[in-house]
Design a protein. Structure first.
Ligand code: PEP
Ligand code: MN
Length: 344
């Protein structure tokens, strides 16, 4: 349940509610600040009836959370979550753009790409130092050396770093370097990794598994949230269907569907969703039009030489075009929320 405290609740009244819940062994999280305080206690209904808490001094209202994803559910929060990554806001109406090559391959490659990503006005660079690859013989990433190069790139271009943690063993090293840690599609149900992510103090970008339902994706987010990390961003990156024209199928309707049931920001990755450079820009535009809070896009200074995901990497010129078009679409949508009805 979500316990809404009165705007004039006294500190000792808040403490009394907390003591009652904690005394019964209920895990809880205090949200908001003075005047808008609420206590999220997902499993409190097992120990207390709502009216027991509602009659306590300082309690304004008790709202039951019927959703099985107690923490991710929109019912469990009074406002939508805004995740701030080095000044870039995911959620809250902004369009957060993240881009970079699939993997860190060399200083030259990383820096050449980071340079034009920064020139396009982006503040976050994404590249994998640890790559989860389908074949054990494919490029696996530079590992710790890749993390070191990412730190250099942050310094050189003043870009925040988004990079993937593929295993529990290397998690701390990745967390040390990253401003935003990606959990990849293949690891969406790696529960040990999710718990580890939930115990760290960096925001998490949780990709949807290629075969995962919305419900399974929400439960994966719940694993992270339940360990105390409230900064989770969801990323739709395409799912496996019968369609054979692209690497995956971008499930565009999951963007509004996910946002309808949870309070977390949702971004779209049109690169892995399509696997084809010519489809990336149209799908990026569709993601923004569907209400995504941001995009995660692969671009490479020389895609023909890329060690992974070259066919889907945007060329620098395409990349600039995508950024402009997506910002324009976002701006139109922002304007339309002020009441000027639009037909899409
Ligand atoms: C990636 O981001 O480069 C990647 C491998 O993505 P996904 O986990 O979505 O396949
Ligand atoms: Mn990739």
């Amino acid at each position: 349940m979500l316990i809404l405290m009165s705007p004039v609740a006294r500190p000792e009244e808040v403490s009394e509610v907390l003591a009652l819940l904690e005394g019964a062994g209920i895990r809880l999280q205090v949200q908001g600040s003075e005047g808008t305080l609420s206590i999220l206690a997902p499993h409190a209904s097992k120990a207390f009836k709502a009216d027991r808490l509602e009659t306590m001094a300082g309690v304004r209202k008790v709202v039951p959370i019927t959703s099985p994803f107690k923490l991710a559910s929109a019912e469990g929060s009074l406002s939508r979550t805004v995740v701030n990554v080095r000044g870039v806001r995911f959620g809250g109406g902004d369009l957060a753009l993240v881009a970079g090559p699939c993997g860190v391959e060399s200083r030259e490659q990383l820096f050449a790409t980071a340079r034009y990503v920064a020139e396009a006005g982006l503040k976050l660079l994404r590249a994998g130092a640890f790559k989860p690859r389908t074949s054990p013989y494919s490029f696996q990433g530079l590992g710790l050396e890749g993390l070191r190069l990412l730190e250099e790139a942050r310094q050189e271009f003043d870009l925040g770093i988004v990079t993937e943690a593929t295993e529990v063993e290397a998690f701390e090293s990745v967390a040390h370097t990253a401003d935003l840690i990606q959990i990849g599609a293949r690891n969406m149900q790696n529960f040990a990794l999710l718990k580890k992510a939930g115990r760290c103090d960096k925001p998490i970008l949780l990709k949807r598994g290629p075969g995962a339902t919305l419900e399974e994706w929400m439960y994966a987010a719940e694993y992270v949230l339940a360990e105390g990390n409230r900064n989770v961003i969801l990323c739709e990156r395409g799912i496996r269907t019968w369609s054979d024209h692209a690497r995956n199928t971008l499930d565009i309707s999951v963007v509004p569907a996910a946002k309808a049931i949870n309070h977390l920001p949702v971004v779209v990755d049109p690169s892995h969703a399509t696997g084809r450079r010519d489809l990336v820009i149209p799908c990026a535009r569709a993601g923004v039009a569907a209400g995504a809070d941001g995009l995660l896009v692969e671009t490479h200074c020389h895609p023909e030489k890329a060690l992974s995901d070259g066919p889907q990497a945007l060329l620098p010129s395409d990349f600039f075009q995508m950024v402009h078009q997506c910002r324009d679409i976002h701006r139109v949508l922002q304007g339309s929320t002020s009441g000027v009805g639009l037909a899409f």
